[in-house]
Design a protein around this ligand. Structure first.
Ligand SMILES: *Cc1c(COP(=O)(O)O)cnc(C)c1O
Length: 231
């Protein structure tokens, strides 16, 4: 795993499975975008995906993304970078200037900081709200019961460019229930983007309406822990 050919082949295989799952659900394949999660993978491997024509990527840490992405974004026009990990307020300025989509808006003080930095910088990355569908104490995300109110304040109070919702289901639960819940919250709030599904369950997520699936391992292979730990 991990040579240039493998990454191109993996991308093609994952995209084919996404298309098949979409078709089986009566959805157009073009309704689902693959976010290739490149966290803990070094720039040359990401380059292989870019040379294969892929343009949408996810990173979970601002600092790691800053080390890898500015040159790659420069070299490959049309690249869109998604932040899929927790965002601390002291990194909002840097996040707003590097990322095209911030998927992890989950609390009022972060929404406020994002609004302020967007105003200052003129950069307006699309925003998704992370929902803690499993109500896990140690997981980021707004609780389902608080989601409608938080969505309304992100739109009306903070004026964020809010496009949709994101979730990471609990590891030991049936993901379908969480995908369905996220879709329900998005639907009643008129939000179109649903970021859900990872290597283990992205086809299922497509059946439940995902418009963005975040797939790392199935594209890039196993992450290398020593890189993850030092990034
Ligand atoms: C790492 C990560 C992924 C990708 O996980 P894989 O199982 O490698 O596909 C997706 N979403 C988030 C939020 C992640 O942190």
């Amino acid at each position: 795993m991990g040579s240039e050919v493998d990454i191109a082949e993996n991308l093609a295989a994952v995209k084919a499975r996404i298309a098949a799952a979409a078709q089986a659900a009566g959805r157009p394949a073009a309704a689902v975008s693959l976010v290739a999660v490149s966290k803990a993978h070094p720039a040359p491997r990401i380059g292989a995906a870019l040379r294969a024509g892929h343009r949408i990527f996810g990173e979970n840490r601002v600092q790691e993304a800053e080390a890898k992405w500015p040159d790659l974004k420069q070299a490959f026009a049309g690249t869109r970078l998604h932040l899929i990990g927790p965002l601390q307020r002291n990194k909002v300025r840097r996040a707003v200037s590097l990322f095209d989509v911030i998927e992890t808006v989950d609390r009022p003080n972060l929404a406020r900081s994002l609004a302020i930095e967007m105003e200052k910088s003129g950069c307006r990355p699309d925003c998704l709200i992370q929902v803690n569908t499993g109500e896990e104490p140690r997981k980021a995300g707004v609780l389902p019961a608080a989601a409608d109110a938080f969505i309304a304040s992100c739109r009306d109070e903070y004026g964020l460019p809010l496009k949709g919702l994101m979730c990471i289901p609990p590891i030991n639960e049936e993901a379908s229930l969480h995908f369905a819940l996220l879709g329900e919250i998005a639907g009643r709030n008129g939000l179109e983007e649903l970021s859900m599904g990872m290597s283990a369950d992205y086809q299922k997520a497509v059946r439940f309406g995902a418009t963005l699936v975040r797939v790392g391992t199935a594209v890039f292979g196993e992450r290398q822990p020593f890189i993850a730990a030092s990034a």
